[in-house]
Design a binder for this molecule. Structure first.
Ligand code: FCB
Length: 433
C-alpha cells in the first residue's frame, strides 16, 4: 500500500493566543481565575491580551498563507460557546470560529480544531470540574453545539488536548488549575476526561456522519537511568502513556494504577475503540533516576505520578528553556511504541517544537525532529509545529518562546523569525515543483 504523504501544519490554542476574555459574551474560564491567583504564574502575567488573535485572525491568516501549511490546528474556547458551560449557546462566540474556518478554507488551508484545550468554563470547575461525571456530559452538549455550526465545513475533530495535564497537573501536583493536590480525584478526572472524549466523539459522529474524531495525548518514551527504580519507570509510563492507550485499545486500565473510584460498569466499553485517529504531542523523552535535587524540566513533577516509588527526572543537555531535553530519536521511539500499543490507529504528530531564546536553536530542533520523523518507519498523517506565535505558556506565563512568529507585546505586531522561513522552505521542498 502506498504510504500517505505527510502533511504539514502549525498549532495554537484559544487561551494562549486569543485574548479578549469578555468579548461577545465569553464567560470566565478556570485559567482566567488561576492567572489571578498570586504566585500561580511564574512571571505574574496573564492572557487577557495574549496575541489578540480574537481581533487579529486576519493577520494570523496572512502568516499561515506565507508559511504554506496544509492545515492549521487551533482550539475552540468552550466559554465563548457556552459562557457558563451549560445551556444556551452563545452564537456570537461561534461567529468568531465561523470566520476562522471560512478564512482558512478560502486559502486552501484545512481547519483542524480541538474542542477542549484546557479552558474549562469556570462554573463547571466550581461544580467539581473533571472530577465530576457531569462535566463529561456537559462536554457532549458543547461538542454537538460546535459541530452543528461548523460540521458542514470541518470533518476532522480533536476532542481533548492532553488530558494528562488537566487531570494530573491540575489535581495531583496542582501546578495547573484547579491547583489541587488530591491524587485519588486526579484519577477520577483522567477517567471522566476519557469518558467525555468517547461520548463526545460518538455524538460528533452521530451529528455529522463521516467525521473523523481523535484524541490528542502527550505521550513520551520513558528511559531508565542506571540508578532508576524500574518500578518508578513502570508507574510513570503507566500514567503518561498506557493509561490512555490501554483504555482506547483494550478497554482496560494498567494494573499498576488500580482503578479510579469513579469507574462504572460499561464505561471502559464506551472508551474502547473511540478514536478514529490519535494525536501525539511530543517534546522530550523522560529519563528516570534515583531521587535527586537536580532541577527537572517544566511539568516534570514527581507528584504528578501518584503511587510511584521515589524517583527524579534527569533531563540531559542540550535543553530548551523549558528544561526539556532535545532528542529527535525520542520522537521516533514514542511513535514506534505507540504504534505497537495501539495497532491500526492512524497517528498524527499534533504538537512538536522547542522554546528557545535563540531562534537558530529552534531551527535545529525542528529540522532534526522532522528529519527523524520523515525517515522513520511509522506512518504519520500530519505534523504540526508548536507554535505559529510566541504565546502565553500557561504557568510559565510569557517566559517561554515557542513561536515561528514573534509578537510584540505592546504593538501586537507579528514578525516572522528565521525559523518561519526555514519551515516554509521545508514544506515547499517536500511538495516538490
Ligand atoms: C503542550 C500544550 C501546548 C503548549 C506546549 C508547549 O503541553 O498542549 O498548549 O503549551 O505544551
Amino acid at each position: 500500500m502506498k504510504r500517505p504523504t505527510l502533511r504539514y501544519g502549525v498549532a495554537t490554542s484559544a487561551f494562549q493566543v486569543e485574548g479578549a476574555p469578555e468579548a461577545d459574551g465569553r464567560g470566565p474560564s478556570t485559567w482566567d481565575e488561576f492567572c489571578a491567583r498570586p504566585g500561580a504564574i511564574r512571571d505574574g502575567s496573564d492572557a487577557r491580551t495574549a496575541c489578540d488573535s480574537y481581533h487579529r485572525f486576519d493577520e494570523d491568516l496572512l502568516q499561515l498563507v506565507d508559511l504554506g501549511v496544509d492545515a492549521y490546528r487551533f482550539s475552540i474556547a468552550w466559554p465563548r460557546v457556552q459562557p457558563t458551560g451549560r445551556g444556551l449557546v452563545n452564537t456570537r462566540g461561534l461567529d468568531y470560529y465561523d470566520g476562522v474556518v471560512d478564512g482558512l478554507l478560502l486559502e486552501g488551508i484545512e481547519p483542524f480544531p480541538t474542542l477542549f484545550h484546557w479552558d474549562l468554563p469556570l462554573p463547571l470547575e466550581e461544580a467539581g470540574g473533571w472530577s465530576a461525571r457531569d462535566t463529561a456530559l456537559r462536554f457532549v452538549d458543547y461538542a454537538v453545539a460546535v459541530v452543528d455550526r461548523l460540521g458542514d465545513r470541518v470533518s476532522t475533530w480533536a476532542t481533548l488536548n492532553e488530558p494528562w495535564c488537566t487531570a494530573l497537573l491540575g489535581w495531583a501536583s496542582g501546578v495547573f488549575p484547579p491547583g489541587r493536590r488530591e491524587p485519588a480525584r486526579a484519577w477520577d478526572c483522567a477517567h471522566h476526561l476519557l469518558l467525555g472524549h468517547a461520548l463526545g466523539a460518538a455524538a460528533v459522529r452521530a451529528a455529522r456522519p463521516g467525521s473523523e474524531v481523535g484524541l490528542v495525548v502527550n505521550l513520551t518514551t520513558v528511559r531508565r537511568e542506571q540508578d532508576g527504580d524500574p518500578c518508578a519507570v513502570d508507574v510513570v509510563d503507566a500514567w503518561q502513556n498506557r493509561l490512555w492507550l490501554d483504555a482506547l485499545g483494550k478497554g482496560s486500565y494498567p494494573e499498576v494504577l488500580g482503578e479510579p473510584a469513579a469507574l462504572r460498569d460499561g464505561d471502559l466499553a464506551t472508551i474502547r475503540g473511540s478514536v478514529d485517529w490519535l494525536g501525539i504531542n511530543y517534546y522530550t523523552p523522560f529519563r528516570i533516576g534515583a531521587p535527586s535535587e537536580e532541577p527537572a524540566g517544566v511539568g516534570q513533577d514527581v507528584d504528578a505520578y501518584p503511587g510511584a516509588p521515589p524517583f527524579s527526572f534527569r533531563p540531559r543537555g542540550p535543553l530548551t528553556t523549558m528544561g526539556w531535553e532535545v532528542d529527535p530519536q525520542g520522537l521516533v521511539d514514542t511513535l514506534q511504541e505507540t504504534a505497537a500499543r495501539l495497532p491500526g490507529v492512524p497517528l498524527r504528530v499534533t504538537e512538536n517544537g522547542g522554546a528557545f531564546d535563540d531562534d537558530a536553536d529552534r531551527v535545529g530542533y525542528l529540522s532534526s525532529h522532522l528529519a527523524a520523523l520523515e525517515a522513520c518507519d511509522v506512518t504519520v498523517l500530519d505534523y504540526f509545529a508548536w507554535s505559529l506565535l510566541d504565546n502565553f505558556e500557561w504557568a510559565e506565563g510569557w517566559t517561554q518562546r515557542f513561536g515561528l512568529v514573534a509578537v510584540d507585546r505592546t504593538t501586537l505586531q507579528r514578525r516572522p523569525k528565521p525559523s518561519f522561513a526555514w519551515y516554509a522552505e521545508h514544506i515547499a521542498a517536500q511538495r516538490g515543483p
